[in-house]
Write a protein that binds this ligand. Structure first.
Ligand code: MZP
Length: 509
């Protein structure tokens, strides 16, 4: 006979946190939100941390290049979607890695003999105003000099002139030598009042560039998530079909984290993939697995401690109709609580901590807070990021309000055959597990995230926590009745919906 669980499947909105003692020395600025993504041994550091506990979903309508750059600059991580060709995913990962920070491989170069006209074209095409000049015009060629848009006048100079007649020649350029630290390179920029410092190898070839604007930018984004070469960090989604081709290409492109994107990760297909990646690439690469909703699912994926983090959640996503279509899934709070309990037991028994990601179904900031209090190390969100300026979909105006399209990976539109097929073949999709939708545009990611994280920190202070470990250890939650959910909103008052209504209201005073 089928097993029927005693517990009801519960969601985040059914719980509330109870306040604990807030200490006098607590303040928003002292709270840290750093959290592990990589598994670790008791007492040791995780091999990969993120600076804020949020990652963006492995979805076409969410994790594009701009969003990945923006989120990494705020301290989080994006998982570039795999429902695309290997080449285009690799290109997106490469664009994030090339974006900025520290030593940048020059993306636009010219030769001494090139004309100003072709240089101008290059500047317009790439948006770069400082272009290195190398003998063969390549990013690693023999360095000859630098040319900027200040070195010639488009409407005064003859555009048939050669670059070499206008550039600052190598003999007059301040440059650094390969091996120089970023700190020293920034000091040279400061000392010589320059905007760009070329870094040359011992043979005089161009190696990379360091920009003043990157230094300034970094000061404005202290939580920026960078790799050891000071490039932005980025994750990449993978599937159980083509990992033998996709994974090597993504690692080569510089992906920092690999994340299986599957609605049901409690499968031998996924374990085969995990084992293959570990055999080929060892323990250094960070691998996320999932999704699961039961302790048995956790035990299966945690066996031999091959994976770094495990994602929890089936059917809770805002665009997801898996529960309706297939009758599979579980309330996200129940799933998370059960899996966290099993993870903690695993940590006690083996000394290995495996971070848990709560994936999907977070309808508001409060639910993010509750998920972290319940023991998730970080959350993965789709809708939340789809609503920002930086998501990859175009803005659409409907009745004067701006929206963005947002669709599930289980829709025909996403054509993500691997995820929703049976793991064995890319056969025709028989039914959809997701919907095509629109979400309101809410503004730039940095602004939205700032509010969310401020609320999270503020709740952490309510429960006397200084970091996310304290938070889940101190957290005391209560189930709420339907009546207390009603009570949590405003009651017995007529609420103004807009500030303008307040301004225009006749108060009779
Ligand atoms: P949400 O943040 O929009 O509520 O949920 C995002 C999550 O929904 C994703 O991370 C993924 O796990 C899941 N998802 C994506 N596509 C589908 C689908 O088409 C889906 N059914 O369930």
């Amino acid at each position: 006979m089928a097993i029927i669980l005693d517990d009801i499947s519960r969601t985040f909105s059914e719980y509330l946190l109870l306040p604990r003692l807030t200490r006098r020395d607590q303040s928003i600025n002292k709270i840290t939100l750093k959290t592990p993504i990589g598994k670790y041994q008791s007492g040791k550091a995780s091999k990969f941390d993120i600076n804020i506990p949020v990652v963006s979903a492995c979805m076409q309508s969410v994790s594009g290049t701009s969003l990945a750059i923006s989120l990494a600059r705020q301290g989080g991580l994006s998982m570039i979607f795999c429902s695309q060709s290997i080449d285009s995913q690799v290109e997106m990962v490469g664009q994030v890695k090339a974006h900025k920070a520290g030593f940048v491989t020059s993306g636009a170069n010219t030769k001494p003999e090139s004309t100003l006209a072709s240089l101008l074209e290059l500047m317009t095409e790439t948006g770069h105003s400082t272009i290195p000049v190398t003998l063969d015009g390549s990013a690693k060629g023999e360095f000859c000099g630098l040319i900027t848009d200040q070195d010639f006048w488009e409407f005064e100079d003859d555009l048939a002139n050669s670059v070499k007649d206008h550039m600052t020649p190598k003999s007059e350029v301040f440059f650094g030598t390969e091996g120089i630290t970023l700190r020293k390179a920034n000091q040279l920029l400061h000392h010589h009042k320059k905007d760009c410092l070329p870094i040359l190898d011992r043979a005089g070839n161009l190696n990379s560039l360091v920009f003043k604007k990157d230094y300034v930018d970094h000061q404005r984004h202290p939580l920026e998530l960078l790799d050891e070469n000071k490039r932005l960090s980025v994750g990449a989604a993978i599937n159980t079909h083509d990992y033998r081709q996709r994974v090597p290409a993504l690692i080569e492109a510089g992906a920092d984290v690999l994340c299986f994107d599957s609605s049901d990760g409690f499968t031998e297909f996924q374990m085969d993939g995990i084992q293959w990646i570990r055999e080929q690439f060892g323990d250094q690469i960070v691998i996320g697995a999932g999704n699961i909703v039961t302790p048995e699912g956790f035990d299966y994926l945690a066996q031999a401690e091959l994976v770094d983090f495990i994602k929890v959640g089936i059917g809770g996503g805002s665009i997801c109709i898996t529960r309706e279509q297939k009758g599979v899934g579980r309330g996200q709070a129940s799933a998370l609580l059960d899996v966290v309990k099993r993870r903690d037991a695993h940590f006690n028994d083996t000394g290995t901590y495996i971070p848990i990601c709560s994936d999907g179904g977070l309808a508001n900031d409060t639910q993010i807070v509750v998920a972290l209090a319940m023991g998730a190390d970080f959350v993965m969100m789709g809708r939340y990021f789809a609503m920002t300026e930086e998501s990859p979909t175009p803005k659409v105006s409907i009745n004067g309000q701006m929206y963005k399209p947002y669709w599930g990976e289980g829709t025909l539109r996403a054509q993500n055959w691997q995820r929703y097929s049976d793991g064995m073949s890319s056969r025709k999709m028989m039914f959809e597990e997701g919907v095509d939708a629109y979400v309101p545009l809410v503004g730039p990611l940095a602004e939205v995230l700032e509010t969310t994280l401020y609320k999270l920190k503020s709740t952490m202070i309510n429960v006397g926590a200084d970091n996310l470990i304290d938070f889940r250890q101190n957290a005391e939650l209560t189930l709420v009745s339907e009546q207390s959910i009603v009570e949590a909103g405003t009651s017995n008052v007529f609420q103004f919906s807009r500030k303008r209504e307040i301004d225009e209201f006749d108060w009779g005073t």
